[in-house]
Design a protein around this ligand. Sequence first.
Ligand SMILES: [Zn+2]
Length: 307
Amino acid sequence: MTTAFITHKDCMLHNMGPEHPESPIRLAAINKVLQRTGLIDQLDQVTAVPVTEEQISLAHHKLHQKRLEAKLPQEGVVYTDDDTAMCPESLHAASLAAGSVILATNRVLSGKADNAFCAVRPPGHHAEYNLAMGFCLYNNIAIGAAHALMQPGIQRVAILDFDVHHCNGTVDIFKDRPEVLVCSTFQHPYYPERYHEIDRPNIVNCPIAAHTEPHIFHRAIEEQWLPALHEHKPDMIFISAGFDAHKEDPMADLNLEEEDFRQVTQVIKTFADQYCQGRIVSVLEGGYNPVPLAFSVQAHLEVLAGF
Ligand SMILES: [Zn+2]
């Protein structure tokens, strides 16, 4: 069993300032824990490559990238919305983050890896077709999923998002593409309050109230995600792996722990093994308390790698 671990040191260069929760420390913590536990040595370590302009346009308006480039500062930090900022290196990091998902997809489809995890930032799932928001510049997972759909043998994909925030960007991009099933569990009411009430057969929104016990989260997976997956019959699965539903995360109020992330990953992996040759590409989204984030990623990766 080969699990690719795709990252790039330059993803740490994206820095929105010392007070910003989406900080380079997140990736540093993940790397530190995976090295300390030795798990990193069990993974196929791959360096991310930049995305191309054409690949970005698979999920975004062709002017989206140009607008961000025009705003990119020479020095300091420029805000694109109330909580999303760019420093001079941000678009380089964003390019590597999106490019990592293309690379992961290619490695899984070529058989070089059974599955893959992209430890990258900035995250992506709030970025809409024509809008950067919520710490996200390019929708990394949407670019990867759209790329996968152009490859031979891939007619349908599923994007499963257990980040504590609703994946408005991913829904915006795929709401009218029935070949993409998007399933999302998220704290509600909560940011971003867009598209959470949309009615489409390929969008499965599972709102969860703050302070709900973890079994409600697992029930949503069992009772809403799994039937939709069985009906959709994806050829490949993408995971928007946000770990900010962790009980020690400062950003939200769900009560999950490492073992809950292990359990949901196992449910997804069991489905993928049975129905889509185990093809999974998982991409880091949120998770803002560095140590619980890192141990949650460890649990997620242990399942993907078959430990
Ligand atoms: Zn989040």
